[in-house]
Structure formats: structure tokens, C-alpha cells
Design a protein around this ligand. Structure first.
Ligand code: SD4
Length: 290
């Protein structure tokens, strides 16, 4: 297989993808590229769905979910972790420095401190004020493509042809305390098999978990489907379980070993950013509902 360095991510996160591309161009690994790439959004306080600045749960606590997966199928994840600015990096430490795959809540936070991560306040004034406003009615309804869907999932191939992926989010705004979505669940929000390709998701995580979406897409590619065809099937599987409800968004992106990419979503509006030697583009995704 001819090697084709490439980085893609959910949505139009240009700075994050540019960072991943810089790592790849300098000969870095796909693992470093996806970690450093998504860290850009974790640090971006204006992104209210990832890292610092993320919207809190209904109690006003920002709780973060993230995972990472490498070319050897090693993976690490943190679930509902508070007070740490870069959950993806903690997830990587879980992968590299522990015999475990997932650490949750206080345990994850404690582990992060032991690894030298600083305690930071993740709740910005803007997210706090919006939460206080939300509390007046406490009505929870995800708004398609606007409120709740800016999780970053990223996939990369490096100069050796190896694939890695990462996914990081603050989850659904005003979720129940302790709620965990798809993003840190290996196989749901992210899956990489270096022999085949990778996939990652954004949108209403419960639906992605129910169908183990990213694993499904990688397995469909293993069986011969293109990344595009596999993403379409992934969304159709979800829609088959939601015949009377299209009131939510899901977006999948996928990449195979050759560096071919694809995406599919429920509602128009989802895009994915792509950097490779062929250029830097924001690809519009085809959608189930036209
Ligand atoms: C979740 N998939 O926690 C995430 C939400 C998301 O942009 O994609 N937000 O369910």
C-alpha cells in the first residue's frame, strides 16, 4: 500500500487539523499528530463542546470524556473527568503507563495529578452564565448542528502508513451528572485497526453507543466497503432503530489504509476537515435526510 500522510477531523476544525498536519509533515507519528491536533480544540475556550470552556453538566460541573488509539490497537480513555485541561493526554498516559484502558471520574483525575497535570477551572464565565440561564427552565433538547455537536474526533496516517485516532469532548451540554457518551468508548466514538482503517463519531452519543458505530464502520471496511459506503451504513443502522425520530444529529468520518476518506450524517450541515499533500479542504458530508 502506498503511503499517504493525511489527517482528518470531525467538523471544520482548521487549526487542530493544521497542527496534526504539521506533526505528520515533520515526520512525526500519527499518534502524536492526533493527540497534538485535538489538544488545540481542548485548549480553545471558544469551543464550548471540548475541553476548557466546555458546557457543564446540569450541576454546573464540566466533565470531560476522551480516548486515543494507536497502530497496535493499544488504547486509553478517561470518562467524566473534571479539572484537567487535556483529557486526551491523560488518556494517552492511561494507555502507555497503566495496565488499564479506562479510568473514570475521581480516579482519572487523581491519576492525572500523579502524572503531573495541573488542576484548572474548566468552567468559563460564558459557559457558566449560559448554564445559569438554562437552569431557569432546565429543559434539555439538543439542537441539531448547533448546540451539542462539536466534538472533535481525528484520524491520521503517518509516513510509515500507520493509523491512529483520538476523540475528545465535554459531552452533551447539561447532561445528567456522571453521564458518559460515545466519545471515550473504544468502538463507539472511535476505533482504529491499523490493517484496515479508522472511524470516529460526533453527535448524540447514546445512538452511537447502541450501534457500536465506529467499530461497525471499520469492520464494514474490512469486508470491502469504501469509507464512504461504510459511514452510510453506520448511519443507516442508527436510523433503522429510530424510524419515527430524526430529531438528532450523528456524523461519522472514516479513513482506510490507503488514505481514502468518507463521511455521512443524518442532517445536512456536517463537514470534515482534511489535510494532505493534495491540499487542505473542508469536505461537506452527504446526509441521510436531504
Ligand atoms: C457525546 N458525541 O458526548 C458526544 C457529543 C458531541 O459535539 O458529539 N458533541 O455524546
Amino acid at each position: 500500500v502506498e503511503t499517504k500522510p493525511i489527517a482528518i477531523c470531525t467538523w471544520n476544525f482548521q487549526n487542530a487539523t493544521a497542527k496534526a498536519w504539521e506533526v505528520l509533515k515533520n515526520g512525526g507519528s500519527a499518534l502524536d499528530a492526533v493527540e497534538q491536533g485535538v489538544m488545540v480544540e481542548e485548549a480553545n475556550e471558544n469551543n464550548q463542546t471540548v475541553g476548557k470552556g466546555g458546557r457543564p453538566d446540569r450541576n454546573g460541573n464540566v466533565t470531560l470524556d476522551a480516548c486515543i488509539m494507536d497502530k497496535d490497537g493499544h488504547c486509553g480513555a478517561v470518562l467524566a473527568m473534571q479539572n484537567i485541561a487535556h483529557p486526551v493526554s491523560v488518556a494517552r498516559k492511561v494507555m502507555e503507563d497503566t495496565p488499564h484502558v479506562m479510568l473514570a471520574g475521581k480516579g482519572a483525575e487523581q491519576f492525572a495529578y500523579e502524572k503531573g497535570f495541573e488542576k484548572v477551572n474548566l468552567l468559563t464565565e460564558k459557559s457558566k452564565q449560559e448554564w445559569l440561564e438554562w437552569k431557569k427552565t432546565s429543559k434539555y433538547k439538543p439542537i441539531i448542528n448547533i448546540e451539542n455537536h462539536d466534538t472533535i474526533g481525528m484520524l491520521a496516517i503517518d509516513k510509515n502508513g500507520d493509523i491512529s485516532g483520538a476523540c475528545t469532548t465535554s459531552g452533551m451540554a447539561y447532561k445528567y451528572a456522571g453521564r458518559v457518551g460515545d466519545s471515550p468508548i473504544i468502538g463507539a466514538g472511535l476505533f482504529v485497526d491499523n490493517e484496515v482503517g479508522g472511524a470516529t463519531a460526533t453527535g448524540v452519543g447514546e445512538e452511537v453507543v447502541r450501534t457500536v458505530g465506529s467499530f461497525l464502520i471499520v469492520e464494514l471496511m474490512r469486508q470491502g466497503k469504501s469509507p464512504q459506503e461504510a459511514c452510510e451504513e453506520g448511519v443507516k443502522r442508527i436510523m433503522a432503530k429510530n424510524k419515527d425520530n430524526t430529531d438528532f444529529q450523528i456524523g461519522f468520518i472514516a479513513m482506510n489504509k490507503k488514505g481514502d476518506t468518507g463521511s455521512f450524517c443524518i442532517h445536512p450541515g456536517f463537514t470534515y476537515r482534511q489535510y494532505s499533500n493534495e491540499g487542505h479542504v473542508n469536505n461537506p458530508s452527504d446526509s441521510f435526510i436531504k
